[in-house]
Design a binder for this molecule. Structure first.
Ligand code: HSE
Length: 437
């Protein structure tokens, strides 16, 4: 059988890795796909040929990505340019031209996936995006196919390697936030705009995709709540450890009777949980299905070869399905397009979690009683209170509260009241707590 012909857009870190993996594993890949997969055309404005094996097998490399997308000799387009524009125009043009698409572009799928999938459905082509979430971990395939028997109850993931690396280095080595971020950028893990990593935007893109696939809803990035890790202080990392917790930047999607929770934020999790011990640049996704119970997926969430592993797996998948009628392929969002549900996504005020609170207070009788009264008035039950030693050069002592589960609205109101107390200095640090049981 003739090789399937691929047009590759982007020859950067992941594009170069994709060419290399397809070249070095060509025989294995052909045996799996049933025919050879050949990158016949590529487009890149600039690229560094060093370290790309098999670049010489690509017959045409152009600077014009539309030339590749419009080439009738190309069967599948691999979009590894990233960003929204021109990636969106290229993907839509490829679909109009009847080409299948493989992409690693999480921002594009999270924000424009509904429109892209509708167009693909209409044209009878597939858009595959395994590499968009958690790099080399086959989490899309696991959720969409391996766990298809289950009603998914929740998904909780460490899905941004850069953020996890920063938090791990702060905890293990007491290192400075900015210094570690610079290192992650130098290693090629951080996004072009690193605020995407540290403000939780990248994780929210990925969670939007995971949540839609887990619960069979359209993609709704604008309803995914997000907080980054910039407000996490070394003191909180230390106190969390003393209380038996680790602070992780989690993406959580949870089904409840009231609606779906979609939220990305720093979270205290018990240090005995496996996922609490996922450190450095690694990613992990914990999925709870009603039949299977908890399953955990761990691996490299970024990097040249891990991400190329997912891109090439998608290429093999698409190649295998080329002869299958489009109605019988695995649906893009796991559920049949006409069966997607319009389940409500809960506003953060209606989400229920436990909390870690840290405040600086004047050390005198009655202070804690006043704070506990404010919490008690809102039926917020306290799990533990710890008073630490006085902070150097101040009259304040840090006090930490762990609370039981309560609505975010109650906690927001309680914190506003606590911050008005004359003996409380500055703002209250609030980090949500999840047992992931
Ligand atoms: N910037 C991302 C991360 C890369 O740090 O996880 C992979 O999406």
């Amino acid at each position: 059988m003739e090789p399937v012909r691929v047009g590759l857009l982007g020859l950067g870190t992941v594009g170069g890795g994709t060419v290399s993996v397809l070249t070095r594993n060509a025989d294995e890949i052909t045996r799996r796909a049933g025919r050879a997969i050949h990158i016949s055309h590529a487009a890149a404005k600039v690229y560094d040929p060093a370290g790309i094996d098999g670049l010489d097998t690509i017959s045409t490399i152009t600077q014009d990505a539309f030339e590749v997308v419009n080439n009738p000799d190309v069967d599948i387009i691999v979009e590894l340019i990233g960003g929204y524009s021109p990636a969106l125009e290229l993907v839509m043009q490829a679909i109009r031209n009847g080409k299948h698409v493989v992409t690693a572009n999480k921002a594009l799928i999270a924000l424009h996936g509904n429109e892209i999938f509708a167009a693909a459905q209409e044209r009878g082509v597939t858009v595959a995006f395994e590499a968009a979430v958690a790099g080399g971990i086959p989490i899309i395939k696991a959720l969409r196919e391996g766990l298809a028997a289950n009603k998914i109850e929740w998904v909780a993931g460490i899905i941004n390697g850069t953020g996890n690396y920063i938090l791990s280095e702060m905890r293990e080595k007491g290192r400075d936030f900015n210094e570690v971020l610079k290192e992650a950028q130098a290693l090629g893990y951080a996004e072009t705009d690193p605020t995407f990593d540290i403000e939780g935007i990248d994780a929210a893109h990925k969670l939007t995709i995971l949540g839609a696939i887990a619960f069979g809803t359209p993609l709704q990035f604008d309803r995914t709540y997000r907080e980054g890790i910039t407000a996490i202080e070394p003191l909180d990392v230390q106190y969390a450890g003393e209380l038996g917790y680790r602070i992780k930047h989690l993406g959580i999607a949870r089904w409840t009777k009231q609606g779906i929770e979609m939220r990305v934020h720093p979270t205290l999790i018990p240090q005995r949980r496996l996922i609490a011990n996922v450190d450095g640049i690694m990613n992990a996704v914990l999925v709870y299905g009603d039949a299977v119970g908890p399953t955990l997926y761990y691996g490299a969430g970024a990097g040249r070869y891990p991400t190329a592993s997912a891109v090439v797996a998608d290429l093999i998948d698409v190649t295998r399905t080329l002869t299958i009628d489009s109605e019988n392929r695995v649906p893009h969002l796991a559920f049949q397009p006409h069966a997607l549900a319009d389940t409500r996504i809960l506003p953060m005020d209606e989400v229920e979690t436990s909390y870690y609170l840290r405040m600086q207070v004047v050390d005198r009788p009655g202070v804690l009683a006043e704070v506990t009264r404010i919490l008690g008035d809102r039926a917020i039950s306290i799990e533990a209170i710890i008073q630490k030693e006085q902070l150097a050069d101040t009259v304040y002592v840090p006090v930490i509260f762990l609370t039981q589960r309560t609505l975010e609205r109650n906690m927001r109101e309680a914190i506003a009241q606590i911050e008005k107390l004359s003996f409380v200095e500055g703002s209250v640090t609030r980090i949500r707590v999840e047992t992931l049981a």
